[in-house]
Write a protein that binds this ligand. Structure first.
Ligand SMILES: [Ca+2]
Ligand SMILES: [Ca+2]
Length: 159
């Protein structure tokens, strides 16, 4: 009787372990063939730039433009400007039409948030490369910048 209980526990444990392994396998499927980038949401933009100065000397908020490029001189997305942003607000840029990127393996694409200054051109605010290989492919949003400003990308994978 004791042995039977032990055997049951053993089988249960092995079954449990094999389920666990299956689950792990499901959590990391083959990488998708591509990704469709749908929108970008930005919040928590700091009031001051890296030098401790306001973005604009006239006391207004920064004039936001969001861009993505392939790091080879081609725009993937170039937004309209949101003038005099209220930094307590969350802003969403719809990527319309959606941006489709066919290789999700390499991280050569870039995003950038800029403050537009009319005739003076634009001032870099924040940006980074987009490292697709870090992404969890079972999630439909990706945090591009986990500290302020928080930059969240909505995505849809193509298999
Ligand atoms: Ca401004
Ligand atoms: Ca400006």
């Amino acid at each position: 009787m004791k042995f039977k209980i032990f055997a049951s526990i053993l089988i249960f444990t092995i079954t449990g372990l094999s389920c666990h392994t299956d689950k792990d396998d499901m959590a990391s499927p083959a990488p998708p063939k591509g990704v469709i980038l749908k929108s970008v949401t930005i919040s928590g933009i700091p009031a001051l730039d890296a030098n401790g100065n306001p973005w604009d000397s006239d006391g207004t908020g920064p004039d936001l433009r969001f861009t993505m490029d392939d790091n080879k001189g081609n725009w993937l997305f170039y937004s309209d400007v949101i003038p005099n942003a209220d930094l307590s607000q969350t802003y969403t840029f719809d990527l319309d039409p959606d941006v489709r990127i066919d290789s999700v393996i390499n991280g050569q694409n870039k995003w950038e948030l800029e403050d537009e200054n009319n005739l003076l051109g634009s001032e870099y605010m924040f940006g980074n490369f987009i490292y697709f290989f870090d992404w969890k492919y079972d999630q439909d949003s990706v945090m591009l910048h986990p500290r302020d400003p928080r930059v969240m990308l909505s995505v849809e994978y193509v298999y």
